[in-house]
Design a protein around this ligand. Structure first.
Ligand SMILES: N[C@@H](CCC(=O)N[C@@H](CS)C(=O)NCC(=O)O)C(=O)O
Length: 213
């Protein structure tokens, strides 16, 4: 499978974590967004929406990281461990994936991208919204050991790169969130590829957009 990505991108990292967990090989193809490679005709032919991550599995092309995560589990998972089939368990996993996209990472990018990309001042109201998103995550992890239940699922592997990016880029102090700290400490150790995929990717993101900070 060809996988169009950038190492510093959290949504791209989540797909690589899930592929690793499933024992799948991804043929990594870097798309340099800063050089506009995603807008070149050859990439637009693959993905007219010109975003990464993009997966090409023979004649099947898919983008949107969380859609890719669940596709890989359904198509290639040897069991339903990472993406449970039980409708209620699966619904909670899906809910957390949408939370990750629309609320957690969404609020991080709303608060921090203007500063990182355009040198604007941080808006305290937007930072407070991100704080609220982390409080929601803290609440989920108060009820269950993992993001969407008693076991590790794709929801953990989506939230993990988001949280790493938030912690590293925003120099976020997580000490006021004990449940997040407990979960984060555990998955950083136990998830295969965390260091090379997420930790190094987030460091590269910071180096590219906030050098010297
Ligand atoms: N919701 C999407 C977000 C993807 C996204 O924002 N990709 C960025 C890089 S991290 C991108 O490709 N930007 C270039 C563009 O959209 O033109 C996902 O999770 O896959």
């Amino acid at each position: 499978m060809d996988f169009y990505h950038l190492p510093l991108s959290a949504p791209c990292q989540s797909v690589r974590l899930v592929a690793k967990a499933l024992g799948l090989h991804l043929n990594l193809k870097e798309v340099n967004l800063l050089a506009g490679e995603h807008l070149k005709p050859e990439f637009l032919k693959i993905n007219p929406q010109h975003c990464i991550p993009t997966l090409v599995d023979n004649d099947f092309v898919l983008w949107e990281s969380r859609a890719i995560l669940t596709y890989l589990c359904e198509k290639y998972g040897k069991n339903d461990g990472l993406y449970p089939r039980d409708p209620k368990k699966r619904a909670v996993v899906n809910q957390r994936l949408y939370f990750d996209m629309g609320t957690l990472y969404g609020r991080f990018s709303a608060a921090y991208y203007p500063m990182m990309m355009d040198g604007k001042e941080l808006n305290p109201e937007l930072v407070a919204k991100l704080d609220e998103a982390l409080e929601f995550l803290e609440g989920f992890l108060d009820k269950t050991p993992y993001v969407a239940g008693d076991k590790l699922t794709v929801a953990d592997l989506a939230v993990l790169p988001s949280l790493t990016t938030i912690e590293v880029l925003a120099s976020y102090d997580l000490s006021k969130f004990p449940n997040i700290q407990r979960w984060y400490g555990e998955v950083k150790q136990s998830v295969a590829g965390y260091q090379e995929i997420c930790a190094e990717g987030a460091a590269e993101f910071k180096q590219a957009f906030m050098p010297g900070s």
